[in-house]
Design a protein around this ligand. Structure first.
Ligand SMILES: *[C@@H]1O[C@H](CO)[C@@H](O)[C@H](O)[C@H]1NC(C)=O
Ligand SMILES: *[C@@H]1O[C@H](CO)[C@@H](O)[C@H](O)[C@H]1NC(C)=O
Ligand SMILES: *[C@@H]1O[C@H](CO)[C@@H](O)[C@H](O)[C@H]1NC(C)=O
Length: 498
């Protein structure tokens, strides 16, 4: 056959493939996610140590929206088999969950390994593997051992070594069964909101402790990755980190707002991605310069943003096999006032104004509005900023009020998946999987049980904490099994009990 004929044939086939149906590749994995503190409960049983979230929610119920704690949560410590069963029902390829550091090392240190804790995660992993569901493990999803917080937590430089010790225990015990690892979930959240704001441990020391936290998290991540390469390369596993990036769109087309939006992306995402993913490594230049300048103007002898040694820059640079990306919503960014207050803070250093468009659809969340196009822009920005890194969406999801006929959640997932599909198949973004947050309703940190992200509803009033499939579970299951976004999903008459 002549080349020309082949060309015409291909063009013909392509034209006829261009139906509205959007499919992902046959091997594209769909999964669901959860985290230890939000689901396990059993906070004080079988030798588990106290975490900063246990301590904080016990001491400050008034700061939690519904004044609840996660002592029981979805009781997944006892009901993990039910969780695996509903994940199986969905037909997902993988389940992303996190391991509780204080359940494995009650003191945070390697002086005592809790055998019951080790056993619990073996049970979870084995139950998943029996059902052919791939375990994807987050090593740290915010529940720091309280005993380490008593030593300064993430602001203490030595914590990086303690973290490596903990990570080694996980590789030693689960490395032969787990081949996808994430060192951290959303350092921006737990450093900025935890050490700079109102999340546990509630230091509220923005402009100082959040930067110290970020610095030590980056060191801990890099050191863990190098330790893995030195000691566990025979495992053939992959190690990444999950970062969160809400899209930051310029509020207007003005050059000032464009620049402000890029500054915001560098502060909120570049803070952790630039040291790991960029060619030159280290913090983004705009962050370094702004914080150095503000520190000086505020009379400090040295910058509030610590510096890496050249060896640390090299150690952290390229310390990943893949990137995990959490994406939920979009903000508008405009130029700041240019004033610097006497009281330092991250927001002051970033120096921009962040808002949302009130016309964007609201959800049952204080911050999450439905803006599907922001997903595609996010992925393209990551592609262009870091040479199209291999990445997996480790979280995307939405909270709505209780109820099984969650048409709004189906709409959110469908719209975000179409945006993702465009990013992959029209723009060439290197995304190799997608994770819905979350498998079932759970304890949403400072929002308590008030925000429900689940494909499965949890009945907190039943003695049983019964999990029931929502309409969105049926929808997502169709996507996970067919790899296609259904065109005519029957929203109203689907039997969600099947
Ligand atoms: C564990 O915590 C619960 C409250 O969630 C409490 O009732 C119980 O006494 C505690 N158990 C132990 C062994 O401390
Ligand atoms: C979410 O829903 C709960 C329960 O209906 C409600 O109490 C809460 O105010 C809602 N939160 C937001 C941010 O809409
Ligand atoms: C307990 O939960 C299971 C599944 O979640 C359900 O099948 C069963 O009917 C529930 N029992 C009660 C008493 O609620």
């Amino acid at each position: 056959m002549s080349m020309l004929l082949i060309f015409i044939l291909c063009a013909f086939i392509r034209a006829h493939e261009a139906t509205p149906k959007q499919c992902f590749s046959n091997l594209f994995p769909f999964g669901v996610a959860s985290a230890a503190f939000q689901t396990e409960g059993a906070w004080n049983v079988s030798g588990k140590g106290e975490s900063i979230w246990d301590r904080y929610t016990h001491e400050h119920p008034e700061l939690v929206f519904d004044h609840n704690n996660a002592d029981v949560a979805t009781d997944s410590y006892h009901k993990y088999e039910d969780d695996v069963k509903i994940a199986k029902q969905l037909g997902v390829t993988f389940y992303r969950f996190s391991i509780s550091w204080p359940r494995i090392l009650p003191t945070g240190l390697r002086n005592k390994i809790n055998e019951d804790g080790l056993k619990y995660y073996h049970n979870v992993i084995d139950a998943l593997l029996r059902e052919n569901i791939v375990p994807v493990v987050t090593m740290y999803h915010w529940d720091l051992p309280q005993s380490l917080q008593d030593l300064g937590g993430w602001t203490n430089p030595t914590i990086a070594e303690y973290y490596v010790d903990y990570a080694r225990v996980l590789f030693e015990n689960y490395g032969h069964k787990v081949n996808t690892w994430l060192t951290f979930n959303e350092p921006l959240s737990f450093c900025h909101d935890g050490y700079g704001g109102y999340d546990a441990p509630g230091s509220r020391s923005s402009g100082f402790e959040d930067y110290l936290c970020g610095h030590n998290v980056l060191r801990a991540h890099g050191m863990t990755f190098r330790m893995f390469q030195r000691e566990f390369s025979h495992l053939k596993a992959s190690v990444g980190i999950t970062l969160d990036l809400s899209w930051l769109e310029p509020a207007t087309t003005s050059a000032d707002d464009q620049e402000a939006a890029e500054t915001a992306r560098q502060f909120r995402f570049g803070w952790f991605s630039h040291p790991i993913l960029s060619k030159e490594g280290d913090y983004p230049r705009v962050m370094r310069e702004s914080i150095d300048r503000n520190s000086k103007r505020q009379g400090f002898f040295r910058s509030r943003l610590p510096s890496f040694t050249p060896e640390e820059v090299d150690m952290i640079k390229n310390s990943y096999h893949f990137l995990g990306l959490n994406h939920y919503t979009t903000y508008l960014v405009s130029k700041g006032s240019g004033k610097i207050s006497t009281k330092p803070s991250f927001d002051d250093d970033m120096g921009v104004k962040i808002s949302q468009n009130p016309s964007w659809p609201k959800t049952n969340s204080t911050w999450l509005r439905v803006v599907p196009w922001g997903f595609r822009k996010t992925l393209n920005w990551v592609k262009n900023s870091f040479n199209n890194p291999l990445l997996i969406i480790t979280e995307n999801g939405v909270p709505f009020e209780a109820g099984l006929q969650d048409v709004k959640r189906v709409n959110y997932i469908e719209a975000y998946l179409r945006s993702l599909h465009d990013a992959i198949y029209k723009d060439g973004c290197n995304v190799f999987g997608y994770t819905y947050w979350s498998l079932m309703d759970n304890y949403e940190w400072m929002r308590g049980y008030s925000e429900r992200f689940g494909l499965f509803e949890v009945d907190y009033k039943s003695s049983n904490l019964t999990r029931s499939a929502r309409l969105s579970a049926a929808f997502y299951s169709t996507v996970a099994r067919t790899k296609c976004i259904p065109d005519n999903f029957n929203y109203y008459n689907y039997d969600v009990t099947k």
